[in-house]
Design a protein around this ligand. Structure first.
Ligand SMILES: NC(=O)c1ccc[n+]([C@@H]2O[C@H](COP(=O)([O-])OP(=O)(O)OC[C@H]3O[C@@H](n4cnc5c(N)ncnc54)[C@H](O)[C@@H]3O)[C@@H](O)[C@H]2O)c1
Length: 306
C-alpha cells in the first residue's frame, strides 16, 4: 500500500519520510512538495529502505495529485506555517492552505484514501483552564490568521465526512530534529538563539503561561497507530506530549547552554495560559509521553560546535 506525504520536505513530513520503513504496510511513499520553503536538504541522502519518490508539485493546482495510483493513505502536511508572519502574508496563506486541503480532499474522496489532516492547538487561543476537543465554538479564539485558517480547514472536513475517512489532529508545538527542521517555532528558535549566544526573545507575559508541546517521536507514533489499526474516526483529537511553561522550556535549555532572556512584544502575545487535554486520544490506548528534554538536547547538539 502506498502513502502520499504532502509537504513532505517540511519539518514534520521529512521526519515521517525518514522513519517510514518502520511501518511495514507502506510499500512506496510519494513525497509531494512545491519546495517554496526551499528545503531541498530534506531530500539529501535518503535511505533506500524508505522507498521514497519525490514529486515537485503545487497543491494549489486541484489536479496535481491525479496521477498517483494505489494510494491508500495521505498525511497532509503541506501548508504555509509561520504563524507570526501570517499577519503580513494573510491573503496568500488563506489561499494556499485552503487550496491545498481542497486538492487533498478531492483526491482522497476519488481514490478512497484515508486522510490525516494536521491542525494546531493554537485554535484554542485565549483560554484559562484546561481545554479539550469538546470546547464550544465560542471558546475557540485563534490569535493569528494561521490559527484561524486551521479552524476553517477543520470545518471544511466536518462538512465533508460522507465519502471521506479522516482524522484531524490538533498538534502542539513540535520539538525534535528532522531533515527539514525549521526554526520559526518557539523551542527551536530559543535553541538557535541560545546556541549563537543571542538574546532569547520571549513575549512579555508569556514566561509563566502553559502551552502544549509535542515531540516528533510522539507525532510519528500517532501516524503509525492510525495506519496499523485503521484508526480513522472522522473526528478531532488533541495531540501533545505535555504542557509546559516557557520558563520550564528555557530552564531545560539553560541546563545545556546559558541563555540571556529579552522580553518583547508580539502581535500574538495576548494569549492567556492554557493546558490542553490529551485524554481523548489516550482513551484509545495511545499514550504520548516522549521526553521533550531529549529533543531539546538533540536540537542543541546540531549547533554545538558553533
Ligand atoms: N511544526 C509545528 O510546530 C506544528 C504545530 C502544529 C501544527 N502543525 C501543522 O503541521 C503541518 C506540517 O507542519 P511543518 O512544521 O512540517 O511545516 P513546514 O513549514 O515545515 O512544511 C510545510 C511544507 O509544505 C510545503 N507546501 C506549502 N504549500 C504547498 C503547496 N501549495 N504545494 C505543495 N507543497 C506546499 C512547503 O514547501 C513545506 O515544505 C502544517 O499543517 C502545520 O500547520 C505544525
Amino acid at each position: 500500500m502506498n502513502l502520499i506525504i504532502t509537504g513532505g520536505c517540511g519539518h514534520i513530513g521529512s521526519y515521517i519520510a525518514e522513519n517510514i520503513y518502520k511501518i511495514k504496510k507502506i510499500k512506496k511513499t510519494f513525497i509531494v512538495d512545491n519546495l517554496k520553503s526551499n528545503r531541498f536538504n530534506s531530500l539529501f541522502n535518503q535511505k533506500k529502505k524508505n522507498n521514497l519518490y519525490f514529486h515537485m508539485l503545487d497543491l494549489n493546482n486541484q489536479n496535481s495529485l491525479d496521477k498517483f495510483k494505489n494510494v491508500k493513505y495521505v498525511i497532509h502536511c503541506a501548508s504555509m506555517t509561520n504563524a507570526e508572519k501570517s499577519f503580513e502574508r494573510k491573503k496568500e496563506m488563506y489561499r494556499n492552505n485552503l487550496n491545498c486541503l481542497k486538492t487533498v480532499i478531492k483526491f482522497c474522496k476519488k481514490k478512497q484514501a484515508k486522510l490525516i489532516h494536521l491542525s494546531s492547538t493554537s485554535v484554542y487561543g485565549k483560554q484559562a483552564k484546561i481545554v479539550d476537543e469538546t470546547c464550544e465554538k465560542k471558546f475557540l479564539k485563534p490569535q493569528s490568521p494561521y490559527a484561524h485558517i486551521k479552524i476553517l480547514e477543520e470545518n471544511m472536513l466536518r462538512r465533508d465526512t460522507k465519502y471521506l475517512s479522516f482524522n484531524t489532529f490538533r498538534l502542539g508545538t513540535i520539538t525534535g530534529v528532522s531533515p527539514g527542521i525549521r526554526f520559526h517555532t518557539a523551542v527551536n528558535k530559543f535553541c538557535f538563539n541560545a546556541s549563537i549566544n543571542k538574546n532569547v526573545e520571549v513575549y512579555k507575559t508569556a514566561l509563566d503561561q502553559f502551552r502544549p508541546y509535542l515531540s516528533l517521536k510522539d507525532t510519528f507514533k500517532v501516524f503509525e497507530f492510525c495506519i496499523r489499526n485503521n484508526f480513522y474516526k472522522n473526528d478531532i483529537f488533541n495531540i501533545l506530549s505535555g504542557n509546559f511553561t516557557v520558563r520550564q522550556i528555557l530552564n531545560k535549555i539553560n541546563k545545556r547552554k546559558k541563555i540571556k532572556i529579552k522580553l518583547v512584544k508580539s502581535a500574538i502575545m495576548n494569549q492567556l495560559s492554557y493546558h490542553v487535554s490529551k485524554k481523548k486520544i489516550q482513551s484509545h490506548g495511545l499514550i504520548l509521553n516522549s521526553n521533550i528534554s531529549k529533543d531539546i538536547n538533540d536540537t542543541l547538539n546540531l549547533l554545538k560546535n558553533l
